[in-house]
Design a protein around this ligand. Structure first.
Ligand SMILES: Nc1ncnc2c1ncn2[C@@H]1O[C@H](COP(=O)(O)OP(=O)(O)OP(=O)(O)O)[C@@H](O)[C@H]1O
Ligand SMILES: [Mg+2]
Length: 243
């Protein structure tokens, strides 16, 4: 079953065409990893997929429904597509628990009594059960990022988008966040992940997409991408990361 299909999307900022006809699809339970040099349009692509950016041309289809030109369709679909960014964007004046409950209470209008125990269960799953009453400033970067993942998970999204969620973390905190994502992959969560962590990409990806200058150059399974793809551009990219 295809969760998300992207057909030939184009996006420009002023004169600069950033996405030059990108097409891809994500099947239920699949983990897609998007790689590419800085400035190639990865974040822009991800932002178009949850409606944070408009597109100039093409189509985005979620569970068989076209989202183009329909703010109403987007409104319905947006809670189904979770996103975790490099910066965690937790509200500093709210506790961890209140940060997590904000979406379910305000957007989904759920009852606190029902949703609170679920929030605590999710916190336990990412090893943060003791931090429910802590404030974001009392957490490490890795802990904040795990809270951000819980905040996305509690909305029960059908698709989770990750944009370089470990990029601003100290090396020792990277692993704890990647383990949570690997755990989600093992449970069958459908995910689209931008990362610069090549070992992680190799382990977690069902499929790798390599983008350069707004176009997809290579789509391959992880094994093929890292061992057998014959592309000078990919080789150059991997060696620039000393991988
Ligand atoms: N809001 C914007 N207005 C104008 N130009 C933008 C905007 N957002 C991104 N760009 C430009 O689009 C191009 C692609 O940016 P994008 O952030 O998508 O790249 P990226 O692949 O995510 O790079 P990185 O690996 O550094 O995060 C860049 O040249 C950037 O300057
Ligand atoms: Mg980016």
């Amino acid at each position: 079953m295809t969760v998300l299909e992207v057909q030939d999307i184009h996006k420009s900022y002023g004169e600069n065409e950033i996405l030059k006809g990108v097409s891809l699809s994500i099947e239920k339970g699949q983990v897609l990893v998007l790689l590419g040099p800085s400035g190639s349009g990865k974040s822009t692509l991800l932002r178009t997929l949850n409606g944070l950016e408009t597109i100039d041309q093409g189509n985005i289809i979620f569970n068989g429904q076209s989202l183009i030109q329909s703010e109403k369709a987007w409104q319905k679909v947006r809670p189904e597509i979770g996103m975790v960014f490099q910066s965690y964007d937790l509200f500093p004046n709210l506790t961890v628990l209140e940060n997590i409950l904000l979406g379910p209470l305000k957007v989904q209008k759920k009852k606190r009594a029902l949703i609170e125990s679920e929030a605590l269960n999710l916190l336990e799953r990412v090893g943060l059960q003791s931090k429910a009453e802590a404030y974001p400033r009392e957490l490490s970067g890795g802990q904040k990022q795990r809270v951000a993942i819980v905040r996305a998970l509690i909305m029960k999204p059908q698709l989770l988008l990750f944009d370089e969620v470990t990029a601003s973390l100290d090396p020792e905190m990277v692993r704890e966040v990647l383990l949570v994502i690997q755990d989600l992959a093992a449970e069958g969560m459908t995910m689209f992940i931008v990362t610069h962590e090549m070992n992680f990409a190799r382990q977690v990806a069902d499929q790798i997409i390599f983008m350069d200058a707004g176009k997809i150059l290579v789509t391959a399974d992880s094994e093929t991408f890292f061992n057998r793809v014959e592309s000078p551009r990919v080789e150059q990219f991997l060696s620039s990361l000393a991988f």
